[in-house]
Design a protein around this ligand. Sequence first.
Ligand SMILES: C[S@@+](CC[C@H](N)C(=O)[O-])C[C@H]1O[C@@H](n2cnc3c(N)ncnc32)[C@H](O)[C@@H]1O
Length: 193
Amino acid sequence: MREFIYFSSTAPTTGNFSTNLKEAGRIDIACHFLINAFFVSHAIRPDVKVHLIFYGKPDPPKHLEISINEKNKKFFSKKDVSGFIRRMLYKYKKGCKNEVFDSCFIEKKSFLEVIEELRKQGKQIYLLDPKGENIKQTKLEKDCVFIFGDHEGLPPKEIKKIKKIAKKISLGKITYFASQALTILQYELDSRF
Ligand SMILES: C[S@@+](CC[C@H](N)C(=O)[O-])C[C@H]1O[C@@H](n2cnc3c(N)ncnc32)[C@H](O)[C@@H]1O
């Protein structure tokens, strides 16, 4: 299982965000990220889980854990990914990890708590960072976790803590969009496993 964490400091944390994507805390980046995580031409990747972690207004943080499969794919339209996220955000229930669609959950959990939980499960964790070790020289496990920042990267306070448990890996000197970096990483993983 490949797990991808996408952190957004601005993506909205309730379902009633503006339908004008320009006013919706760059939720468009999270939408592109989800499409590139799960879809290839005419197929869904079966071995992927995405963790979206949103810190925008009005009720941060929110952790959306998403897997797309045969049971829930009818709820996920590539033409309206923000609608899927909106429905998940609307179904947030205080004090629990709510399963909104099969294998898709929402809860209140911080970025560092999510990472710590995955580390405790024994997962190898990598932080995508242009200043890290070049991926071509990095030995990767088949089942591991990759962390991506948003258009502003990751907050320095969090990076300091993550650096203690995650290995920094780089895709080269060009800074890509998070969704582009994800596609390049998937290509690299596809060629190895
Ligand atoms: C648009 S970039 C962030 C740019 C932001 N201004 C910064 O300096 O971090 C979004 C995310 O994609 C990933 N990324 C982009 N280019 C990368 C590269 N060459 N190597 C590794 N990760 C990359 C990183 O996780 C980054 O936080």
